[in-house]
Design a protein around this ligand. Sequence first.
Ligand code: PMP
Length: 361
Amino acid sequence: MPKSKEIYNFSAGPAALPDAVKQRIQAEWLDYQGLGVSVVEIGHRSVQFEELYQQAVQSFLELLELNADYEVLFVHGGASMQFAMVALNFMHSQKAAYVNTGMWATNAIQEARHYGQIEVVASSEEQNFNQIPNIPKLNQHFDYLHITLNNTIYGTEFHQLPEVQNNLPLIADASSNILSRRLEAQRFSMLYGGMQKNLGVAGIGFAIIHKSLLRPTKTHIPALLDYKSYVKYESRCNTPNTFGIYVTALVLDWIRQTGGVKKLEQQNIQKSELVYAQIDSSDFYTCFVKIGSRSRVNVVFSLPSLELENQFIQQATEQGLLFLKGHRARGGLRASMYNAMPISGAKKLTKFMQAFEQQYG
Ligand code: PMP
C-alpha cells in the first residue's frame, strides 16, 4: 500500500528498521530460500538456519573490525538480563567498577550488587546525568569496569573511551549505539546490548566477548545465564528466538550493503548536527546536555512549557514525525535517529521545528 505521507519514526526502541529489511522479510516470508515455508518454521540447527547464523556472526565481527579472538553470541532476554549475567559470569573476585550515567547504568549497578561489591567510580547523577563524567585512574583491583556507551534516556554518549590500566577488562552496554559509529572495539573485553534499536527486534540481545574473559566460575550459573553455554552451543543452548536472529542477520547485511559503519557514522553525525544546530540557534528549544557529551542517536530537548511540548508532539505526529515524546523519567522531547533514520527525516524534523517556533515562539 502506498504511503499517503512520508512517515519518519523517531521511536527510542523498539525503533525503526530499514525499509529494505522490512521489504526483504515480507518478500521471503512465505517462502524462505525456496523451501516453501517461512524462516520461523524451520529448525534452529537446520542447514538453512545454520548458514544465516554463521553469516550473521561473520558480518558482526567484520563490521566491528574484530578477529576470531572474540565470540559473537545471540542471547535471550534483551539487555537487562545481561546486567545480571555480566556480574554472574565475570565478577570472579566479587569486585567491579561501574560508571553511573543514567537509568540503565543504575539498573546495571543494582543488578550487579546482588553478586559482589560494586564501586561507582564516576557518576553524573548530581548533574542530572547531563554529561559523561571523567573516569579517574583506577588503582585498586577490579574484575572489570562497566560503562554505558550511549544513554538513551538522557541523550549522552561517550565520545572518548576511558583509559584502563593493568589490562582491566572494559565492558560496555552498547544497546543504543552499536554499529552507529566506528568504535575501537578491540579496546573492549565485552560489548553487549539489546537488538531493538540498531539491530533488529526486542527480546533478544548480543554479546561480543573476548575469549580471555570466558573462564570457569566458582559457583554454578544456570545454563541460560552462562555465556560459556552460549559459546558451546553457538547461541542455541535451547531453541532461540530464530526470528530475532534472522532479522539481525538481515540488518547486518543491510549495513554492509549500505557502505558499512563509516558511512552510517557520517550520516548519524550529519543528522544529529542538523537537529542540534536547530536547537542551539534558538531560545525556544533547549538541550540540557553538555556539549562534548551529546548523543548522536538520541537528541533530547525541551520547549518552554509542557503545554507547548504536547502541542509539538501532536502536530509533529499529524505530519508523520512519530514518537518524539521524551522518556517518562526525563520528560521533554527526544528524537531517536538510529541507523535506519534517513537524513531526510532529520531535515523534515528541523523544518517542522522552525515552523513551530515561528508560530509559537
Ligand atoms: N541499556 C540501554 C542503554 C537501553 O537503552 C535499554 C533499553 N532502552 C536497555 C539497556 C534495556 O534493554 P532491554 O529492554 O532490551 O532489556
